[in-house]
Design a protein around this ligand. Structure first.
Ligand code: SF4
Ligand code: ZN
Length: 304
């Protein structure tokens, strides 16, 4: 089959649109789509310093690759930020991949460790947790958000960009619905601004399988080994469920994404009046103390 755009040999079929694309036109389509999302949500402004949260996985390295291409013709600067959770045997390989990738792209790179910031590695936090129902990823996610905020302030960046793709957005939405935590849906925007720090998800309108193919066809050396905690939560089951729906009904993830965006706005507006500021850290939250500060205080109490 030939590429619908240039006639070369096609290597990717975009089932939901019926397009067949060669490697070059496919990569070009990902860069253009990302650029469209960035403009639509006004994600990056002239002169911004963009901190890209890079884990060493396919999404974040592909995002850095795409943003680097864009930065060559636009006025913004990139810094890669990596968080070292302290997961034995897993994160070291990723840090090495990120370091080499950033050197090749000529992007500045900084790493921050949970141990330095919280005096706890992820593994130590997991040992201290009293409530076994709190998943490793919930604890890790809370600590990571705080660590990234710290890195962003330390490096004085204007925005944090993360590699969340369309599948991640849908999975997170379903997790929030299933856990009964509807308030969290209001915090799921693709471009948010809390305490002046903007957070953006430039891949939020791109399917996960397309990011995988982008990384593959651009020979991006992402970490293939999964985190040992990866399958502890419900996310993997939801991912498989959504993939199976998409296989039988192509485009269904795109239409669900449209609905999710509308619902996020509705919940956000409903939440707006309840928004307060955490007494400990000053971040926005819906109670007296935010979830990050509550969790850190509990973990440290358990240790002493
Ligand atoms: Fe952390 Fe979970 Fe990701 Fe592992 S899979 S790095 S525990 S969020
Ligand atoms: Zn082509």
């Amino acid at each position: 089959m030939n590429c619908n755009r240039c006639g070369n040999i096609a290597v990717f079929s975009r089932k939901y649109s019926g397009e067949s694309l060669c490697s070059c036109c496919f990569s070009d389509s990902i860069v253009k789509k990302t650029s469209k999302t960035i403009s639509k949500y006004n994600m990056i402004q002239n002169g911004d310093v963009v901190g890209v949260a890079v884990s060493g996985g396919k999404d974040s390295l592909s995002l850095l690759h795409v943003l680097k291409k864009m930065s060559e013709s636009h006025n913004f600067k990139l810094i890669a930020i990596t968080i070292d959770e302290g997961i034995p045997g897993y994160r070291d390989e990723a840090l090495e991949i990120v370091r080499n990738f950033c050197n090749n792209l000529d992007v500045e790179y900084r790493s921050y460790a949970y141990k330095d910031l919280f005096d706890l590695t992820l593994e130590e936090s997991l040992e201290l947790r009293e409530n076994e129902k709190i998943s490793s990823c919930s604890i890790c996610g809370i600590l990571r958000r705080r660590a990234i905020d710290f890195g962003a302030k330390d490096l004085d960046v204007d925005i944090i960009a993360t590699g969340h793709n369309l599948d991640d957005v849908l999975q997170t939405f379903i997790i929030n619905v299933l856990s009964g935590d509807t308030n969290k849906i209001g915090w799921m925007e693709s471009a948010t601004s809390t305490n002046k720090m903007r957070k953006i998800k430039p891949f939020c309108e791109i399917y996960e399988n397309e990011i995988v193919f982008y990384a593959f066809t651009n020979e991006i050396p992402f970490q293939s080994e999964e985190c040992p905690h990866m399958n502890e939560g419900i996310r993997t089951e939801i991912r498989e469920f959504l993939n199976s729906l998409e296989n039988h009904h192509s485009g269904i993830k795109n239409s669900m994404y449209g609905s999710v965006m509308k619902l996020i706005q509705i919940v956000k507006d409903a939440n707006y009046k309840q928004r307060r500021v955490c007494q400990k850290c000053g971040n926005q939250c819906t109670g007296e103390i935010c979830s990050v500060c509550t969790m850190l205080v509990n973990l440290k109490q358990d240790r002493s």
